[in-house]
Design a protein around this ligand. Structure first.
Ligand SMILES: *Cc1c(COP(=O)(O)O)cnc(C)c1O
Length: 358
């Protein structure tokens, strides 16, 4: 018998994205919501479960859910595509519009899944650099787009892991220059001062390749439900539907999503609470020997100036606080990322860090 078949080359070099799920008292490593979804949502969801006809396939095109999401954003249901988390949304998009012979452009450092899924779907990945302050330079970016002609250009705003919101002028320049799709990942969009959706108004037809991605995993406190969506031109949505598996979105997931949208007020209250928590963390960090980046998300990137990042991470874990170590990622040397938690969790993090760094 021969040796087991080797993995596809695209997978062999990618390494693992997965953030280690170490047991810890305070878990601030994956940008989840520290709070469960609202009680009212849980009650409505449980009741709705009793009414699902589980012997039947779910609505294949998830029209009800797409209708609710469409009205949230003031678009039509034909401009909404939903899948099991925005990662699956992205995979469908790349299966539909990517593939071998096509190119994706990412600006590092950014969310690792963009380049990972692009490579998995057969695209060639071109990496654009950011300025030393980790911002995209519009002039250099447009030059790179003209040179490489990528079918898919990625931006992430607020960007993970820096937390920084991209400048509207920069994103507009990318959308205008992109020969195909420009995907704006707005997983943390509810925390941001602006959304790329506004470019549909200002750029008109030029924005027809703009794809805005959102998720229920972060602000909606439903990472466990696995639901994400994109907003784009109906032709792009048609492509994603064609690339998705039949009945990919279960009846439970569809129900979980449209019931969540009834709790918009609670969600906005959580966003304000997280904003306050982030302000507390930023204020605490400003008194310690660390560099930070200006975040408009539910996490903060920082770099200890006098202590090695890995040792800092380990010392925090020894004190029961788990954060994300990004220090081995290119362009993020020495960096750590902390997710905003509850008031108590934020306090635990700050006092542990203070102890570690002093
Ligand atoms: C967390 C995150 C997502 C969410 O992915 P899901 O599959 O929806 O859970 C997407 N994009 C970015 C940048 C993220 O940080």
């Amino acid at each position: 018998m021969s040796a087991p078949l080797a993995l596809r080359p695209a997978l062999r070099t990618l390494g693992s994205y997965h953030s280690p799920q170490v047991a810890a008292r305070v878990r601030l490593n994956t940008n989840e919501s520290p709070l469960p979804p609202p009680e009212g949502w849980r009650a409505a969801f449980t009741e709705a479960m009793g009414e699902i006809e589980f012997n039947r396939y779910p609505d294949r095109e998830a029209w009800k859910l797409r209708g609710e999401i469409a009205s949230l954003h003031g678009v039509t249901p034909s401009e909404v595509f939903c899948a099991n988390g925005s990662n699956e949304v992205l995979q469908c998009l790349l299966l539909a519009f990517g593939g071998a012979g096509r190119t994706a452009l990412v600006f590092e450092p950014t969310y690792a899944l963009h380049s990972h899924l692009a490579a998995l779907c057969g695209l060639r990945v071109v990496v654009g650099d950011r300025s030393p302050s980790l911002e995209i330079d519009a002039g250099r970016a447009v030059e790179l787009i003209e040179q490489e002609r990528p079918e898919v250009v990625f931006v992430c705003s607020p960007n993970n892991p820096t937390g920084m919101v991209e400048d509207p002028g920069v994103v507009a320049a990318l959308v205008e220059a992109a020969p195909g799709l420009c995907v704006a990942d707005e997983a943390y969009g509810q925390f941001a001062s602006w959304s790329a959706l506004s470019l549909r108004g200002t750029l008109g037809n030029v924005a027809s390749g703009l794809v805005v991605m959102r998720t229920f995993s972060k602000t909606w406190a439903m990472a466990g439900a696995r639901l994400g969506y994109l907003l784009a031109d109906p032709q792009i949505v048609e492509g994603c539907l064609a690339a998705s598996l039949p009945y990919h979105l279960s009846a439970q997931t569809q129900v979980a999503g449209f019931l969540a949208l009834r709790f918009g007020e609670e969600m906005r209250a959580r966003v304000r609470e997280i904003d306050d928590g982030r302000a507390t963390i930023v204020a605490g960090l400003s008194k310690l020997p660390v560099d930070t980046w200006p975040s408009q998300a539910n996490f903060v990137l920082f770099r200890p100036k006098e202590m090695d990042a890995r040792s800092t991470w380990t010392a925090l874990l020894e004190r029961g606080v788990l954060i994300r170590d990004l220090s081995t990622r290119p362009r993020l040397e020495g960096c750590l990322r902390v997710t905003v938690g509850t008031e108590e969790e934020n306090a635990s993090f700050l006092s542990a860090l203070c102890e570690v760094l002093s």
